[in-house]
Write a protein that binds this ligand. Sequence first.
Ligand code: HEM
Length: 412
Amino acid sequence: MATVLKEPGAALNYDMSDASWYVEDRWQEPFRQMRELDPIHWTENGMFGNFWNVTSHKAIQHVEALPEIFSSSYEHGGITLADRIDDGTELVMPMFIAMDRPKHTGQRRTVAPAFTPTEMKRMSDDIRRRTAEILDGLPWDQPFDWVDKVSIELTTQMLAILFDFPWEDRRKLTEWSDWAGDIELVHSEELRQERLKHLYEMGAYFKKLWDAKINAEPTPDLISMMIHSDAMSEMDEFEFMGNLILLIVGGNDTTRNSMSGLVYGLQQFPDQREKLEQNPELIPNAVQEIIRWQTPLAHMRRTALEDYDLFGKTIKKGDKLALWYISGNRDESVFEDADKIIVDRENARRHLAFGYGIHRCVGARLAELQIAILLEEMAKRRMRVNVLEEPVRVRACFVHGYRSMQVSLSKY
Ligand code: HEM
């Protein structure tokens, strides 16, 4: 069996968990080299310790299809490269994204009914109305920050509707989501404590919402739906909170960064932007392509529960693996000219940005719907969004996105 050190790619000395690759937008080349020379590559003493980089489309799918061997469970380390801190100070809020079967199955069932095609149809008028309102409120004569005015506002409004969350406090959802999803904070004790403070505040807020709904008649929002579902009997209060946080974080940064990514990405490929402008029927496919190109979550982590030979590499029990979706989605053996947005790319749907297998994103349809409606409403207004300078990117190896992006509008 091959050992790591004898592989040609072992000379690749990249730590892809270092956030600077992403904040400086330099991650493409090292991942390309890994896919070519050593698609399952071992990193030692990285920012998050030792781990395997799984970088090819094929290998990522392979690992995701074996959830009994490659665990997502927080008991074994969870889904991000940051290890749990077991000194009693961590706030443990178990979420089903970080659970294995059979527990995962029951808990996923409590929220899945909120994302069926029928529910999406029910929500689409509301999403369209809100999207239209936001676009109609944008200034045509001066620059503004697309992230703040459109991406954050739209995703936050959507979550507030999903949770029946007090409207005037909805930006708290953004704030909490940013704190909850920022795994880089483990590097600073002060920021880790600050993060805990925000998570406790969020927990207390949701406890109030839960108390108000538990003895009330069911309403068509996620909190009520979860409380009144059969599978709720399988959840304690901590798990309920954990799953709420999961929905906030899951539905927030990801959709937000796709909405920013579509503006930035289309600006990089003006021929494709024009093709989309002239052929709005391409929007459903372009949505897939933009999500592939952006890949708003760069990785998910798995932990091996037993020794396993992964395409010639010996993964040892207890090893952690980073499934780099951001790399799999640029795999040239699957996506020709993979660094380019091609709005009518035939196999755009094969992207891994939503993961694969039993944990595949439960909110994927909602995300796709929101992004499609945004593109449709922009098309109706013949709105072109021009990026004025390089955006400020998120400093993280998990969430892959933008903090701010100055733009101006023009008609086409
Ligand atoms: C799971 C990405 C939008 C809720 C996931 C996973 C990824 C992902 C990569 C993990 C898959 C795995 O481990 O195999 C995205 C992207 C989105 C998005 C790129 C937007 C473009 C949403 C939305 C919601 C949501 C809108 C809900 C409001 C969840 C939940 C899970 C999940 C609850 C856990 C599923 C499970 O473990 O069974 N998502 N997501 N996501 N996502 Fe999303």
